[in-house]
Ligand binder design. Structure first.
Ligand SMILES: NC(=O)c1ccc[n+]([C@@H]2O[C@H](COP(=O)([O-])OP(=O)(O)OC[C@H]3O[C@@H](n4cnc5c(N)ncnc54)[C@H](OP(=O)(O)O)[C@@H]3O)[C@@H](O)[C@H]2O)c1
Length: 249
């Protein structure tokens, strides 16, 4: 099965590195025109250049904080102005500024976690809907986590946002059907900067707990995102794909 996105325009938040960058690369390789967004303009430019060289695809950048509604609106507008459409929105940017007992978190970091991971995801969907998808249809992919399906209290508030994101996915899938599909991906432990503290010092031991014997690579998740973005999944909405090497088992 060849999964193609020819003629499609995709916006990937958190696209400068890690899973978002792998998704943007896979989309560009599959024929989509892609806008990547994150906070740091210089890192975005470097990533876009490398993705272009790798895929020969059209990749643009827009610096935006995913937790800032005005930035979200501006980035969606820019995508439509630059490429004429926004067919696929990948809500990938997320933050985890606190590790430790849930009960002890300070309110600024609590607010940041919710503002970026949950409120932010909703605002980007709302902007995509209002500016383009309501009239033209579209496809939304939310990056949740197996943390949204299990309990790990040291990253408890992050996991609460990921659980809520799954409910947001199901609710909006129903609300926005049939024109817009909304699905979620729940990765297990993937080797990126965000998860570095969870694996770097003891990768062999963590890998031994994964039934398929290794940690995830960003490309494992990008393949699933490509499937959800493509017509091959056209009868899927409101679902979540767990991609974790069997960790949840
Ligand atoms: N890695 C894992 O094991 C794992 C497991 C389950 C779920 N996930 C989920 O997968 C997604 C991607 O994670 P990742 O591991 O690829 O993370 P990552 O390697 O740390 O990359 C995060 C990306 O998001 C951007 N970003 C961070 N905060 C942002 C903000 N406030 N506004 C806009 N952009 C922001 C970063 O760029 P800037 O810093 O320049 O803004 C970067 O491009 C997240 O939703 C994460 O929760 C990851």
């Amino acid at each position: 099965m060849e999964l193609r996105l020819d003629g499609k325009v995709a916006l990937v938040t958190g696209g400068s590195r890690g899973i978002g960058r792998a998704i943007a690369t896979e989309f560009a390789r599959s024929g989509a025109r892609v806008v990547i967004s994150s906070r740091k303009a210089d890192a975005l430019e470097v990533a876009a250049k490398e993705i272009r060289e790798l895929t020969w695809g059209e990749v643009e950048t827009f610096a935006a904080n995913a937790g800032d509604p005005e930035s979200a609106a501006a980035c969606v507008s820019h995508t439509i102005e630059r490429f004429g459409s926004i067919d696929v929105l990948v809500n990938n940017a997320a933050t985890n500024p606190y590790m430790g007992p849930m009960i002890d978190i300070d309110l600024p970091r609590l607010d940041k976690t919710y503002d970026v991971n949950l409120r932010g995801a909703f605002v980007w969907i709302q902007q995509a809907w209002q500016q383009h998808m309501r009239a033209n249809g579209g496809n939304v992919i939310n990056l949740s986590s197996i943390g949204g399906l299990s309990v790990e209290t040291s990253i408890g508030h992050y996991n609460v946002t990921k659980a809520a994101l799954l409910h947001l996915t199901r609710s909006l899938a129903k609300d926005l059907a049939p024109g817009v599909r909304v699905n979620a991906i729940c990765p297990g432990l993937v080797k990126t900067d965000m998860a570095r503290a969870l694996w770097e010092s003891h990768e062999d031991a963590v890998s031994a707990m994964v039934p398929l014997g290794r940690l995830g690579e960003p490309e494992d998740i990008a393949n699933a995102a490509l499937f959800l973005a493509s017509p091959a999944s056209e009868w899927m909405t409101g679902t979540m794909m767990v991609i974790d090497g069997g960790m949840l088992l």
